[in-house]
Design a protein around this ligand. Structure first.
Ligand SMILES: [Zn+2]
Length: 64
């Protein structure tokens, strides 16, 4: 028994299942989107994590 890589639903790998290894066209699309997002992240270079605290400090301190 195989499971859909996206929603973990049980699927049957049959020749007539055009969406294998996914359960539906929607899940196949979701997985495709994930791969595309990964590819877009690669050329961006080193990891840069945005620090949410920067935003908090900015709103707490009002310089006029
Ligand atoms: Zn699915």
């Amino acid at each position: 028994m195989a499971t859909c890589a996206v929603c973990k639903k049980n699927i049957q790998l049959r020749p007539e299942n055009a969406f294998a290894p996914f359960c539906s066209a929607r899940c196949r699309q979701v997985d495709l989107g994930k791969w595309l997002n990964e590819e877009y992240r690669i050329p961006s270079g080193p990891e840069e994590e945005e620090d949410p605290q920067v935003d908090l400090n900015g709103t707490n301190e009002e310089r006029d």
